[in-house]
Every structure is written in C-alpha cells, then in structure tokens.
Design a protein around this ligand. Structure first.
Ligand code: VGL
Ligand code: ZN
Length: 180
C-alpha cells in the first residue's frame, strides 16, 4: 500500500496579503517543502472559483480561476506534484473538500494507485482541511493531519483546536512533520 501527501489550498489568497488571508498561512510552506520527498505521491488541491458564485455570499471573493490569488504560494515546491485538483468550480458549490474536485476524481486516483494512507496539510484547518479529512475518513483511508503544516481561518478564537479535535474524534491521527 502507498501513501500520499495532500496539500490543500496553499494559494496566494489564503496567505498574508491575499483576500482571505489566514494568519501565518505562509509559515507552513517551508515545512511542506521539507516533507514532500517522503511520500509515494504528492497531490494538491486549489480553490478555483468562478467570479460569481454563491460561495462569495459567505466569503470575500478569493481564488478566482486563473488569477494570481488562485496560484500556489510562490515558494511552494510544485514540481513534485503528481495530481492537481481544482474544486469549488461551480457557481453553486462551495467545494470545501478536495474530494469534491471537478477536474478529476480524487477517490478514483487513490484507488487506482493503491494509496491507503493520506497525510493532509495546508489551508485552512477549520474549513477545507477539515472537510477533506472527514471525507477521507468516511471513504476508509488512514488519515493523518500534519499539525505544524496547517493554519486556520479562526473566525472564532479556538476554531483551529475545535477542528483538530473533531478530526481526531472521527479517527484522524494528529502528527507533526518531524514524526513522519
Ligand atoms: C477555504 C473558505 C472559503 C479553505 C476555501 O480553503 O479552507 N475557506 N474557501
Ligand atoms: Zn473558497
């Protein structure tokens, strides 16, 4: 059985200076770069929204398809990425989970490549990371979240801890990057 690193939404709009910036969103980039080599596969997801979507009734416009804001953080090493997922591409869907990617089926890719262990990092802990992790668990994957390689929106103080706790209680293993 194989493993994969799943890098969720490490995009300019979620990093400092972006339209939906997560504080310290950029701090995780060197950590992710350091561990990419440890996995059989590296998979990324990107929020990839149309300019008009119901999603922007809940959030400031961000990660509009093809814009700078939707690009990966410039320091993220992207040449090792085997599969790039795009999500939230419809005008009625939030697309929080990488399992909702519309350009390719994540679940089919994982099955075809005998990937059983999924290590999730990226942005944001309390939205897209959480949604992805919960879907992964529901689909039967051994799921890990790399706690020093995620960062949260934290609309309410403590949302990050709440999210990590929820993932843990559903069966996700919490690990740090130096334990991999
Ligand atoms: C996200 C809010 C809105 C995320 C995406 O990537 O966690 N959060 N769209
Ligand atoms: Zn979004």
């Amino acid at each position: 059985m194989k493993n994969a690193l799943l890098i969720v939404d490490v995009q300019n709009d979620f990093c400092p200076g972006g339209s939906l910036a997560v504080s310290d969103g950029d701090k995780i980039v060197p950590i992710i770069n350091q561990i990419e080599d440890k996995f059989d596969f590296v998979i990324s997801s990107q929020d990839w929204h149309p300019a008009a979507t119901v999603h922007f009734e809940k959030w400031p416009p961000h990660c509009i398809a093809g814009t700078f804001g939707a690009d990966f953080h410039p320091n993220l090493i992207t040449d090792k990425i085997d599969l790039k997922l795009l999500k939230g591409t419809g005008n009625k869907d939030d697309g929080y989970s990488a399992f909702e990617a519309t350009n390719v089926s994540l679940i089919d890719y994982l099955h075809e490549n005998q990937i059983q262990d999924l290590y999730v990092c990226g942005l944001a802990t309390d939205y897209c990371v959480k949604a992805t992790v919960l879907d992964a668990i529901e689909n039967g994957f051994h799921t890990y979240v790399i706690t020093d390689a995620v960062a949260a929106v934290n609309i309410e103080k403590g949302d990050d801890r709440k999210a990590l706790n929820e993932m843990y209680l559903k069966g996700c293993t919490l690990i740090e990057s130096d334990e991999i």
